[in-house]
Ligand binder design. Structure first.
Ligand code: NOJ
Length: 594
């Protein structure tokens, strides 16, 4: 039966954002145009042709608003101005025009669960209990324990491993911050506050011509306002993870419908960041077209694989079959309904995918990057690619000392580990071992991995800046950089270009097709079939996720007439040659009929 999308396409009525292939820019580390060591908007503008040549049609930039940069711009002090080291409003107008002139759309990051504590709204709110904006943030009186010691209103831990409440001496109350102390949560139950968020953070930019938003922590606006304690899952910690309590709260859908009504006036898209939402039904409630809220979401099962349930920095390992099951779940959850899905394996909060899901060993890194490019570009949904992923950037070397890690998440995590060790009276030897293990975990999944400067060429500081980069450049930049790859037909960059081209050309198969997992239990090779909604095009994708050759024989029993569309490595007979380490092949059968 034709799907809603094939019918929509037939009538020329598919939503533009379903066909978007989106390149994410994290401004601080992207490209510095003025030698101050920090990326900037003019740097982005100077690379628009490079981005366009990649074949993507949309750019998302992480926050470029004015900010004290405690959480690298996710702490906004003014939605209507630009962080001066990044540039000005005029630069943003130029960027919007530069994208549109090239036929590309531009998305901004909408961070409205919280502001910076330097935002004028919070400054007013904290000035007195009677200030008209007092209720725009979440203030609560202290509790007292049996000994009369002051305690926060509940036991919630922030996402950055601290108490989620901070005491304000001046007005003698606590305020809530699900992230850093400097990121107070807005009170979405206050209607006037919501209206001003919509005007200042959304309409201001939509009027300037941006085409939509990536929406930060989109399911945290509505909290249980009685603030119950979270269950104790980590007895060694005073504060407990509380995500299941504050995500997907009672008024979430109401707030998102209000936002969707504004976005619809501009035909703007949203992609919501949706942590801790494992059920397909709950995700569909956010993205179903019949009750417009979000165009699509980032669901985190894939990037969270192999991480501890309580301590997300701790690695527990995973099997390929588990990874396949996750991809299968989020590829097929849109079958038979009007929802939509996304494809991504990197962003500014994750370790690099080559290091995480394949191998960054020098002999395998290039093949691994191509393997993952093949996976990403053949899956259904709106596809996202993160700066540096297109050249196969890897995690930072394991021997970097903790001082090189600058992210507040990494720093607070190490602090917490050390506090816990003190509390348990661990020996010096035990402490050293635990600290080393924590550093290895940070190295594997910490956010700093994605935040090293983009490796443009082999000149000092990888061509990112002529000054001193704000963060250390990955040591491998002489080997992995864009200049070395741009004219090399065998490079990771050329491979991404080719695959994005094929994805665009055969969108009914790759962007819109249905997904059928083969051999779910095979722990070495990941294989699947894609079928166009009309049923006349099929693709078979086979990906060897190991460093060993794997037997391969092109299936013939289904009568399909497969031909190789693209491989990641040269092979003589792609129909029967064993798959080499980290090799992938895509076969197609056009004119097929089920
Ligand atoms: C999610 C963002 O991706 C992350 O970088 C940020 O720290 C938090 N939300 C808080 O805004």
């Amino acid at each position: 039966m034709p799907s809603n999308d094939s019918l929509a396409r037939a009538s020329g009525n598919v939503k533009w954002w379903k066909n978007a292939n989106i390149f994410q820019i994290w401004p601080a580390s992207y490209k510095d145009s003025n030698g101050d060591g920090i990326g900037d908007i003019q740097g982005i503008i100077s690379t628009l042709d490079y981005i366009k040549a990649l074949g993507v049609n949309t750019i998302w930039i992480s926050p470029m608003y004015d900010s004290p940069q405690i959480d690298m711009g996710y702490d906004i002090s003014d939605y209507e101005s630009v962080y001066p080291p990044y540039g000005t409003l005029d630069d943003m107008d130029q960027l919007i025009k530069g994208c549109h002139d090239r036929g590309m759309k531009l998305l901004l990051d909408l961070v409205i669960n919280h502001t910076s504590d330097q935002h004028k709204w919070f400054q007013e709110s904290r000035s007195s209990k009677t200030n008209p904006k007092r209720d725009w943030y979440i203030w609560r009186p202290a509790k007292y324990d049996a000994d009369g010691n002051r305690q926060p209103p509940n036991n919630w831990m922030s996402c950055f491993s601290e108490c989620a409440w901070t005491w304000d001496e001046h007005t003698q109350e606590y305020y809530l911050h699900l992230f850093c102390v400097e990121q107070p949560d807005l009170n979405w139950t206050n209607e006037e506050c919501r209206r001003e968020i919509y005007r200042s953070a959304m309409e201001f930019w939509l009027e300037k011509g941006v085409d939509g938003f990536r929406v930060d922590t989109v399911n945290m606006y509505s909290k249980p306002m009685d603030f119950p304690d979270a269950p104790i899952v980590d007895p060694l910690s005073k504060y407990q993870p509380a995500g299941t309590l504050y995500c997907n709260g009672p008024e979430m859908h109401k707030y998102l419908r209000e936002m969707a009504a504004i976005l619809a006036r501009y035909d703007a898209m949203t992609v919501g960041e949706l942590p801790l939402t494992p059920n397909t039904k709950d995700v569909l409630d956010y993205v179903s077209l019949k009750d417009p809220q979000l165009s699509m979401v980032f669901q985190f099962d894939l990037v969270d694989i192999g991480r501890g349930p309580v301590d997300m920095m701790k690695l527990t390992g995973y099997k390929l079959s588990a990874l396949k099951a996750i991809i299968n779940k989020w590829q097929t959850f849109i079958e038979g309904n009007d929802g939509w899905t996304t494809v991504f394996s990197e962003n500014h909060d994750q370790g690099r995918s080559v290091s995480r899901f394949a191998s960054d060993a020098p002999e395998h890194a290039t093949n691994s990057a191509k393997l993952l490019a093949m996976l990403n570009t053949t899956l259904t949904g709106t596809m996202f690619i993160y700066q540096g992923q297109e050249i196969g950037m890897t995690n930072v070397p394991k021997d970097w000392p903790i001082e090189e890690y600058l992210d507040v998440g990494s720093i607070n995590y190490m602090k917490l580990i050390k506090e816990k060790l003190e509390a348990t009276g661990a020996s010096e030897e035990e402490k050293a071992k635990a600290v080393h293990e924590a550093l290895l975990n940070i190295n594997a999944v910490g956010r700093d991995n994605a935040r090293t400067p983009v490796q443009w060429d082999s000149s000092p500081h990888a061509g990112f800046t002529t000054g001193k980069p704000w963060m250390r450049v990955n040591d491998n930049y002489k080997k992995i950089n864009a200049a070395a790859q741009i004219n090399d037909p065998d490079s990771v960059l050329s491979f991404w270009k080719r695959m994005i081209g094929l994805r665009t050309k055969h969108s009914s198969l790759f962007t819109f097709g249905s997904f059928h997992l083969l051999e779910p239990e095979n722990e070495q090779t990941f294989s699947y079939v894609k079928k166009s909604a009309e049923g006349d095009e099929k693709a078979l994708v086979v990906l060897n996720f190991t460093d060993q050759a794997q037997e391969f024989k092109l299936p013939t029993e289904d009568g399909a007439n497969w031909s190789l569309l693209q491989g990641t490595q040269p092979v003589e007979d792609p129909t029967s040659a064993p798959l080499k380490a980290y090799e992938g092949r895509v076969f197609v059968n056009f004119g097929a009929r089920d």
